[in-house]
Design a binder for this molecule. Sequence first.
Ligand code: GTP
Ligand code: MG
Length: 298
Amino acid sequence: MGKPPVWKSSLIILFNSIFEYDYTQCVSGLITNKYLHIVGILYAVPDLITNSLAKRCILETPLCRYIPEHEVYTINTQLPSGCEPIDKMLGGGFESGVITQIFGEAGSGKTNICLQLAVQCVRNGKKAVLIDTEAISPERFRQIAGEDAKEIAQNIIIYEPHDFEEQYAAVHEVEKICSENIGLIIVDSATSFYRFGLDDDETSIRNRRELANQIGYLHALARKYGLVVVITNQVYSDVNSGSHLPIGGTSLEHISKTIIQLERMESRAGKRRAKLWKHRSRPEGEICEFTITGEGIR
Ligand code: GTP
Ligand code: MG
């Protein structure tokens, strides 16, 4: 609570186009109300808005959603990755306030996207947290970050857990710094330690519960602090369909509000395909192609 409001002039246009009246004035009144929240559509808390015209405006607008005060913490926005095809597929970028899951086979580009997002987050003036379970290449980071790699790296907080317990500790540790201008949390990969325990039934069940617990905790942080949270996930080959499916169970699927699948395109070097599996406000099944280049993903 208590973060300053973000205002987009397009909202005035939106209000004016919906209502017969000129609501510019009443919406302008809302700008100064610190409980105005924008999530592509407008979220607001009528209880806290004293201006009666403004209140009516919110309650009557079909594009506005009422959310109770206790659920309101921050302003939701999008973080563009700088990879145009992916950002376009996502309607602008990676949504804050929710978990985005990227899954795909080895080498499909998950880590590349994560690194580029972290760089973009810092360029946008916020810090990024990276929970790295797979030893990310510093050289690849330098290539993606470019000339100012050193300064950008200073704004990326890295945790390197070595097992599932340390991953749990890292996830819980992050909340201590969430209020310190953090814009992004990445867990790459969220399921590598989980995968190690899959052979044993008992460990597998326990780990599945634990994984859901960790991602649930991150989901709460995303909502509470308005963070972009991205987790990467590995795949298994489904024997019946022959396709690659995400591991981690259905609870991981439920809690991820955006799910992107990545695929290699063998015939074309560096080319990858991204498919939108799940999204709250975009058509599912949408596909785009992107390229892994020396400087990042394009
Ligand atoms: P796992 O972590 O193994 O599951 O893979 P991932 O999905 O995270 O893949 P990652 O993002 O690490 O992408 C690896 C791919 O990027 C490999 O196929 C590399 O060849 C490719 N790659 C890395 N650097 C470059 C580059 O400079 N140019 C091109 N064309 N490809 C690159
Ligand atoms: Mg990777």
